[in-house]
Design a protein around this ligand. Sequence first.
Ligand SMILES: *Cc1c(COP(=O)(O)O)cnc(C)c1O
Length: 340
Amino acid sequence: MQINLISDTVTKPTKGMLKAMLNAEVGDDVFKTDPTVNKLQEKIAKMFGMEDALFFPSGTMANQTGIKIHTQPGDKMFCDKYAHVYNYEGGGAAANSGVTSHLIDGSRGMFTTNQLSEAVLGGRSDIHVPYARLVTLENTTNKGGGACWDFEEILKIKKVCTANNLALHLDGARLFNALVAKNETPKQYGEVFDTISICLSKGLGAPIGSVLLGSKKHIEKALRVRKLFGGAMRQVGYLAAAGIYALDNHVERLAIDHTRAKIIGVALQNCELVKNVEPIETNIIIFNVIDSINEQDFIQRLNRAGISLISMGQGKLRMVTHLDFTEEMLERVVSTLENI
Ligand SMILES: *Cc1c(COP(=O)(O)O)cnc(C)c1O
């Protein structure tokens, strides 16, 4: 059987999750009468100590909605140069909200408070300069290799935002990986961020679905924007049920994915064809192969051994551990890397 390490989005619903989906009570969510969607939204809002939440078909739509409710066309958003909202959402901030992205040259997808302060100081009252409205952080970072922010740094960034009247959005597609890895709580994040997007369909193993968290006022606006983006859905409680099941059953086990990723990291470090492995904090492994071997050749060698992975460009390769990646598969990956 092929071992798929391309992403943590490749998982299929477990038997328990499918059962929860089949048994879901549903209604028309556009009329807010789907009890299971309402339950998911209330549950996750309560977890984070935030006023409200809204279910979305994708993380991209949740982020794009977050950006739109905090900005006006012509405004500026600060984010890291690796940010998903800038690199992987089809130029959505510009197309959907008319927003300019001010990229900060951080490290592994994270920047410092000083870097943000310097960027913000660039001429606030100067008529040539776009209004700065929003800061977006990503935790864990995707292109940054699953790195986790230091919460103390986030608190300092929040101070800069408050002092400069900037909204703070979190792309928390994999926030639960960070919470588990750093032993942090959802409420810590709920207290700091104006809005948070979270993917249920990554490490948590749901087939689809994300949520956007925020104040009542923000989520009221988000409801209109979601309609505008074509993301208002009907009897979608079947999918929300998968999300509820994931929150109840698949959060703590993320630690297993993290341990397995670290074991793969060691095997890669010992592999002669691998030049370097980036630090592994969660479930994402990013590494480079040695200069004398082409990265596509390396991918093909592993493919032939029954292992799929992905190139991230610039010589970087990526593997991601997940719910459907078992202990037996881990042993096969490690022995393949020992013998390649
Ligand atoms: C996957 C991901 C998203 C959202 O992606 P969708 O495929 O639209 O659900 C957003 N941000 C990050 C960092 C991601 O990894």
